[in-house]
Design a protein around this ligand. Structure first.
Ligand code: GTR
Length: 332
């Protein structure tokens, strides 16, 4: 009887050990990644990141799954960029604006008016320019898997339509964390106020800032239009976004897995760009129906020429990137 009991006990231990072994083997095989996204439900990027998760599981046969954290719940964008670089979070849907301070090549897209329009930006990204930007980011620990559309950014505020740099004079304008944007506002005679996205609504509402700048969908989805009703189509920045992954996590993948992950990201980007085009329309219609005042800017040349010192600052800090700037400017 004693022997029997011992046997049962050992069998139990062996079973438990077996289960543990099996569990750790499957842990080693199957990875669950976390992904950061700042946007709300229904936003093109949110839907496209959910699609990325779905495609990732499908294309990797369930070996890699992705848990999306939307709405910026994992922290501000500059913090999340650091987290993905360090590997605390594996993936992020980032705007290249706050990546610029980390990777000088990526900062080229934050030079005001560098792109003629969104198609021009994508032509650059698909060519040598995109390769140079991706290389610079990868060297800093962030591998861009695919590019998302974020349209063009324009100024908005609660007081008046902006038609010339003189209208920005003395205005306190929220910008994303990047010295190029602070320089941009200073050169227009305004006071730049770098601030996290999540804080902008209150800051506009309470008058901590007079204005901000963003694309139609973010102006609408954040409710900024409720507290800053003049939207002036300066279109001074056209900044791409990425699905970016931690470089070590990416480099540890087999070639097949790398291909599957990249394919999933690129299919997600196709969807994002389609949804983006639709959302630009619906967001614009929604805010206009709510009574905001929109104006085209007849002459953008004074804004553009005011940006010369911003270009000079960038080029004097990164003289070897002059050819990248010229390449973009020469791209049809
Ligand atoms: C949005 C962008 C976000 C964030 C935000 C901001 O257009 O999609 O990633 O950069 O602007 O102004 O902080």
């Amino acid at each position: 009887m004693k022997i029997k009991l011992g046997f049962v006990k050992n069998l139990g231990t062996a079973c438990a050990a077996g289960i543990l072994l099996a569990a750790s083997a499957s842990l080693a095989l199957a990875a669950e990644w976390k992904a950061w996204n700042i946007h709300v439900d229904g936003y093109p990027n949110t839907i496209a990141m959910d699609k990325f998760a779905e495609l990732l599981a499908e294309k990797t046969g369930g070996e890699i799954t992705l848990k999306n954290y939307h709405g910026g719940v994992l922290g501000s964008q500059p913090d999340a960029i650091e987290q993905v670089r360090l590997g605390g979070i594996e993936v992020g849907n980032f705007n290249l604006g706050p990546i610029g301070p980390v990777a000088a090549e990526a900062n080229v897209v934050s030079l005001p008016f560098i792109f003629k329009d969104v198609p021009h930006m994508f032509r650059v990204l698909e060519g040598e320019g995109g390769k140079a930007i991706a290389k610079g980011m990868t060297e800093k620990g962030l591998v861009p898997l695919a590019w998302y559309d974020a349209g063009a950014r324009s100024f908005y505020n609660g007081a008046k339509a902006i038609n010339s740099p003189a209208d920005v004079e003395g205005m306190k304008v929220r910008v994303m964390n990047n010295d190029l944007y602070s320089g941009m506002i200073s050169e227009l005679g305004g006071n730049p106020s770098p601030m996290a996205f999540a804080e902008v609504y209150q800051a506009l509402k309470t008058g901590v800032v007079d204005g901000a700048e963003n694309n139609w969908p973010s102006y609408e989805s954040t409710g900024h239009f409720e507290v800053a009703g003049f939207y002036s189509l300066s279109q001074h920045l056209i900044i791409p976004e990425c699905i970016c992954i931690n470089a070590d996590v990416y480099n540890a993948l087999s070639d097949d897995m790398k291909a599957a992950v990249t394919e999933a990201a690129q299919e997600s980007a196709e969807l994002q760009r389609k949804l983006w085009a639709e959302r630009e329309e619906t967001s614009r219609k929604k805010v206009e129906a709510a009574g905001i005042v929109t104006n085209e800017i007849a002459d953008k040349a004074p804004f553009q020429s005011a940006m010369k010192p911003v270009y000079e600052t960038y080029l004097s800090a990164n003289p070897d990137l002059r050819s990248l700037v010229e390449l973009i400017q020469a791209t049809e």
